[in-house]
Design a protein around this ligand. Sequence first.
Ligand code: ADP
Ligand code: ADP
Length: 230
Amino acid sequence: MITAKNIHKYFETPSGTLHALKDVSLTVKPAEVVVVIGPSGSGKSTFLRCLNRLEYADAGSIVIDGVNILDPKCAINAVRAEVGMVFQSFNLFPHITVLENITMAQISVRKTRKAEADKISMELLEKVGLSQKAAAYPDQLSGGQQQRVAIARSLAMSPKVLLFDEPTSALDPEMVGEVLDVMQDLAKEGMTMVVVTHEMGFAREVADRVVFMDDGQIQEEGKPEHFFTN
Ligand code: ADP
Ligand code: ADP
């Protein structure tokens, strides 16, 4: 589903060029859940952002579901529709309702008719356990609820792959579980996922494979048992 080969990413900084990704290669099979762990600044977020072209990799190749996303002819909207991303900060639009947050891209990007988009969105809200919040505004929801809406919004585009960048790091501890539960349900349903997280319980129980990054490189990868038994 994802084949990333020999990815390099450089950032120009006041103190010189930073080599943020050094020859990173990763293959993710359909329905596989890969958890990326590693210290702060090791390149996890940059790698994830390269996979949906929030960052443009400087070298290497990234093919997602047969589409070479680094091809300049590859439309960015097409990439973003195929590769959903859930961020640490939920980034919901504050001035529109929960339901409208989920229908918006369906209507504007996918040209889905409003009635149909509403129906799909209500089903997605049901899936994340928030159908009773459809008419609420984001600031009326807890952080955990907002993140579940953000996940529903990503799912509304029927992505082939979902990327999660520290999806629970901004949440109060008591809300982490409800978001991880939704992610675990998605994994069970066969969603292909790449998850950057510090939640080792999630990695141990849900990941098919764990990737350890340090210093811009994948240092080690293997089954969760490999990381958590010794
Ligand atoms: P992680 O997600 O593992 O914490 P990041 O991918 O966020 O690591 O960052 C990797 C390195 O790249 C860090 O040194 C970070 O400061 C640097 N970096 C990330 N984004 C930028 C940017 N837009 N400009 C300059 N440096 C960046
Ligand atoms: P996260 O850990 O969720 O990736 P960060 O705070 O590391 O959040 O990064 C947030 C934004 O700041 C990203 O767009 C990233 O590219 C940018 N960024 C990160 N490190 C640097 C840096 N050293 N210089 C400039 N921009 C950076």
